[in-house]
Design a protein around this ligand. Sequence first.
Ligand code: AMP
Ligand code: MG
Length: 350
Amino acid sequence: MKKLSSSDADLHIAGEALKAGLLVAFPTETVYGLGGDGFNRYSLARIFEAKKRPRFDPLIIHIAEMDALDRVVHRDALPFSLREKTSVLSETLWPGPLTLVLPKRPEVPDLATSGLNTVAVRFPSHPVAQKVIAYSTCAVAAPSANPFGYLSPTRAEHIEELLGDEIDFIVDAGSTDIGIESTVLDLTQEPVRLLRPGGMPRERIEELIGKIEDLGNIREAPTGAPQAPGMLSSHYAPKTPLVLLTRDEMLRRVVSGKDAGPCVYLFFDGKTREESDVITDTVDRAIFTLSERGDCVEAAANLFDLLHRIDRLSKGVIYAQRAPERGLGTAINDRLSRASVRGTVQRGCI
Ligand code: AMP
Ligand code: MG
């Protein structure tokens, strides 16, 4: 693996590498992606191998100009109302952290879409991502650059540590802004469905196209059975078991002081931390806060980096406080819920 900077010369190297079928990790405004040519079966197969990603979990294709959408998507296959919604969303919210699932063109390899007749597409706003894609002249398949099921990378170091041997280049442009994956929206049927909450708040989407439907509460899903492709109940998980608590449960948990062993408290905000009894780190307890001032955007940006750091401490358990259920808070809670699935057994000890 070779590291590249965000200089124009290096981004040209990244673009050429993608054209040649190699794998390039690069930053987007959400998280770092692991890019390969979306029309090259060899590159697509290598992405699945590198991530140990199951073949039933389809990839998002990234574009860097509006005209590229119709190379990937068959818009005419949509009824008029959905075609209109697609135009409104893509023209208003792209480039940005929104992925649209649309009917696919037959030229898009089945490997990219896990054999579905739909394809997920996104136009990222990060200037480095845009240049890498533009210089590659490809439509770039780019899932998050992490081993399947583990925390997404928000810094180049996260990728080096976990996937460094599997990929050809990493473009290092520092921390990503949003820090949480894109919102995924299914536009192939009415009502439009939110498949994954993410960096584009649901409220913003509903302002433009009206009410959208939820995929459902993932915690009610039968274990192991995805409700939509790739929507596994356990995902984005640190190695350390995580128990997700409401604000009140978190305060009770801390105040009861029953912790037997080493643990981490991950507070959503500084106010809750101050209301609790934990003042400082001890040998057994580490304390982290997602956003001192309780801001969901700041908390989302910190989420994966903090979880990477917490995982390196190898404590017995992470107690994490839920975010408020609005804006990016919904996406934060979705990631924490999926991270907590293995820890549900532990809910008994709240
Ligand atoms: P990732 O790029 O790893 O953040 O995840 C991409 C996610 O997008 C997948 O796990 C799916 O949940 C979703 N996705 C991609 N393609 C499709 C599709 N054709 N239909 C429904 N969901 C999709
Ligand atoms: Mg992912």
